[in-house]
Design a protein around this ligand. Structure first.
Ligand SMILES: Nc1nc2c(ncn2[C@@H]2O[C@H](COP(=O)(O)OP(=O)(O)OP(=O)(O)O)[C@@H](O)[C@H]2O)c(=O)[nH]1
Ligand SMILES: [Mg+2]
Length: 190
């Protein structure tokens, strides 16, 4: 009897492993810190390899692997992709080259885990939209999210965020968990 109860509670409680990826300076660490309620810092503190955080949500938890965007850390990142159930692909809307490099990030993670997983596309630094001439438009990013959906077979939402104001930060993680739950329930049924 105790065993049965134990199994039931275990299937409900999840630990979601998610990775934050994208170009250096796109704002991955700032997003993670904001999500954890740690505020915002203007100073760039480059992530060395990877940072880890855990956040409780309801009766579950999200394990967040905040990976270094700099090219020199590729071998380190490769060690963290295994077992990831979801990915947050971050670019900086004020830096079009961080957008152009998204396919490399998609390829890096899918090559390593040899399958597709739920993803959310994030255009960060939305608070700076009016201060820059050449920003990545919402339309362009939404189109790319659609093409990612086609490639991956998952619905890939696009969200514009600001780690500075907190805009949409919670929604990024909520949307990703929702997609992961959907995937888990489909796997169980099928
Ligand atoms: N205005 C504004 N600045 C931001 C935002 N997010 C991050 N920044 C700034 O952008 C810089 C880089 O942010 P990080 O979060 O360290 O970037 P990262 O993607 O973790 O970079 P790596 O660890 O090198 O991969 C920092 O100076 C942040 O203060 C944002 O939403 N708005
Ligand atoms: Mg970082």
């Amino acid at each position: 009897m105790w065993r049965v109860v134990n199994i039931t509670t275990r299937t409900k409680r999840q630990i979601y492993k998610v990775v934050l990826i994208g170009e250096a300076r796109a704002g991955k660490t700032s997003i993670r810190r904001r999500y954890l309620g740690k505020g915002f810092s203007q100073n760039y503190m480059v992530t060395l390899g990877a940072d880890f955080a855990i956040k409780r949500i309801k009766n579950s938890a999200i394990q967040i692997w905040d990976l270094a965007g700099q090219a020199v850390y590729k071998h380190v990142r490769d060690g963290y992709y295994q077992g990831a159930q979801g990915a947050i692909l971050v670019f900086d809307i004020t830096n079009p080259s961080s957008f152009d490099r998204l396919p490399n990030w998609y390829n890096e993670i899918t090559a390593k885990i040899r399958s597709n997983i739920p993803m959310v596309l994030v255009g960060n630094k939305a608070d700076l939209r009016d201060e820059y001439e050449n920003t990545v438009s919402n339309k362009r990013a939404t189109n790319y999210a659609k093409s990612l959906s086609n490639q991956s077979g998952f619905n890939v939402p696009y969200l514009e965020t600001s780690a500075l104001t907190g805009m949409n930060i919670e929604n990024v993680f909520d949307d990703l968990v929702e997609e992961i739950n959907l995937f888990i329930s489909v796997q169980k049924d099928g």
